[in-house]
Design a protein. Structure first.
Length: 198
C-alpha cells in the first residue's frame, strides 16, 4: 500500500499501528482469524512490511500481546500496608486483564497447537513486571515490620497473581471482589506470616 499515510508512518509509529491492529484482531477473531494480510490492511500497510519484522503470525501474536501489556503497565500500589497494596494490585490486574484473559484462555487454542505452547509458556514470554511489583510490595512490608525479613521463593511471590489469573481463566469473567479478598486474606497473607504494621 502506498500513499501519503504510508509515507508518513515509519519506524515506531508504524510498528505501533501494526501491533495494535494485530491485538484488536486477536480479540475480535481469535488467532485463527488473524491473518497477516488482514492485519496489514487494518494497519494501513503491506504484508511485506509485516514479514520483515515478524516472520509468522505466531511471533506477531506474542509481540502484539507484549505491546498491549507494555502500553497498560501495572502501577506499584503504595497504601502503607501489605494487605491494601496486594488488594490494589489484584484489582488493577482484574481491570486490565479482563480482555486479555479471555483472549488467552479461549481465542488462542490454535496458537497453542501450532506453536506447541501453553498459557504458562506464553505468560513467560509476555509478562515480566508482575513479579517485580510483588517483590517491591514484600520488601516494603519487611521494612515496615509487617512480615519477617526472609527470602521468599518465586512461587510464593507470584502466588496471588497466579491464583487470580487461574480464577479468571476458569470462569472467563473478571474476578469478584470476594475472590480477590479470599486470595489475599485467606491464602497469601497467612502464607507470608503477615502480622500488620509495627
Amino acid at each position: 500500500m502506498t500513499g501519503p499515510k504510508s509515507e508518513r508512518r515509519r519506524g515506531e509509529a508504524l510498528e505501533t499501528a501494526i501491533l495494535e491492529a494485530a491485538f484488536d484482531m486477536l480479540v475480535e477473531a481469535g488467532y485463527g482469524g488473524m491473518t497477516m494480510e488482514a492485519v496489514a490492511k487494518r494497519a494501513g500497510t503491506s504484508r511485506p512490511v509485516l514479514y520483515r519484522r515478524w516472520p509468522n503470525a505466531a511471533e506477531l501474536t506474542v509481540a502484539a500481546m507484549r505491546h498491549h501489556l507494555a502500553a497498560h503497565p501495572l502501577e506499584i500500589p503504595d497504601t502503607g500496608n501489605l494487605r491494601d497494596d496486594v488488594m490494589g494490585l489484584l484489582r488493577h490486574i482484574v481491570e486490565r486483564r479482563t480482555r486479555l484473559g479471555a483472549l488467552i484462555s479461549v481465542e488462542l487454542s490454535d496458537f497453542f497447537r501450532e506453536t506447541n505452547s501453553s498459557p504458562a509458556k506464553l505468560k513467560t514470554q509476555i509478562v515480566s513486571r508482575e513479579q517485580h511489583v510483588m517483590e517491591v510490595l514484600l520488601s516494603r512490608a519487611i521494612a515496615r515490620g509487617e512480615i519477617e525479613d526472609r527470602a521468599f521463593r518465586p512461587r510464593v511471590i507470584s502466588l496471588p497473581v497466579d491464583l487470580l489469573r487461574n480464577e479468571m481463566m476458569m470462569t472467563l469473567e473478571p474476578a469478584s471482589e470476594r475472590a480477590v479478598s479470599e486470595i489475599v486474606d485467606e491464602i497469601f497473607l497467612p502464607l507470608v506470616g503477615y502480622r500488620g504494621e509495627r
